[in-house]
Design a protein around this ligand. Structure first.
Ligand SMILES: [Fe+2]
Ligand SMILES: [Fe+2]
Length: 171
């Protein structure tokens, strides 16, 4: 069973992001290594868990799901070799450019994408609660993935954090 199957079985969520997941260029991020895993799976996790949080808080879960899915929409070719070294700082710009090219974005979705690295990009402060949620969930998911890939001893503790997030927001 695929680790993301529970997400793919959520019809409400899939209805919101279907067109993005079917986009050929977007699917190229599956080839990109990200926190020891692949960028597509990372983006889906961030999108889905942010979506659950937003739903629980009665925020705009649709924009959170879509903005969250597009937050790391870039491949190596989208960054110059110099920028690749500093992709931590430049990739939100590349992601926003790509996302704007392939999809109609709302102001909130644009904000979610460009501010998700806050505070690494201190001048890009989230303007909406939805952006704060994606930024926070991105960091939690990234930590989980990082330790799953590189620090097996820490998986247990981090899994607990992940499970707490699920328990709090999925009912
Ligand atoms: Fe990112
Ligand atoms: Fe991310």
């Amino acid at each position: 069973m695929n680790a993301l199957d529970n997400i793919f079985n959520d019809r409400g969520y899939m209805f919101i992001v279907d067109d993005i997941l079917e986009n050929c260029y977007f699917n190229e991020i599956k080839m990109c290594k990200h926190h020891g895993m692949n960028r597509l799976d990372h983006s889906i996790r961030v999108s889905y868990y942010s979506y659950l949080v937003a739903k629980k808080l009665h925020l705009n879960a649709v924009e959170v799901a879509r903005g969250g899915l597009l937050h790391d929409f870039f491949v190596a070719e989208d960054l110059s070799s110099k920028k690749q070294k500093f992709s931590l700082f430049f990739h939100p710009y590349a992601s926003l450019k790509n996302a704007s090219e392939y999809f109609d974005l709302t102001e909130r979705e644009k904000d979610i994408i460009i501010t998700h690295m806050f505070p690494s990009l201190p001048h890009k402060v989230p303007r909406y609660m939805e952006s704060w949620i994606v930024s926070l969930v991105d960091k939690i998911v990234a930590t989980y993935e990082f330790y799953c890939s590189y620090g097996k001893n820490y998986v247990y503790k981090l899994s607990n954090m992940y499970i707490i997030l699920l328990i709090l927001f999925k009912w």
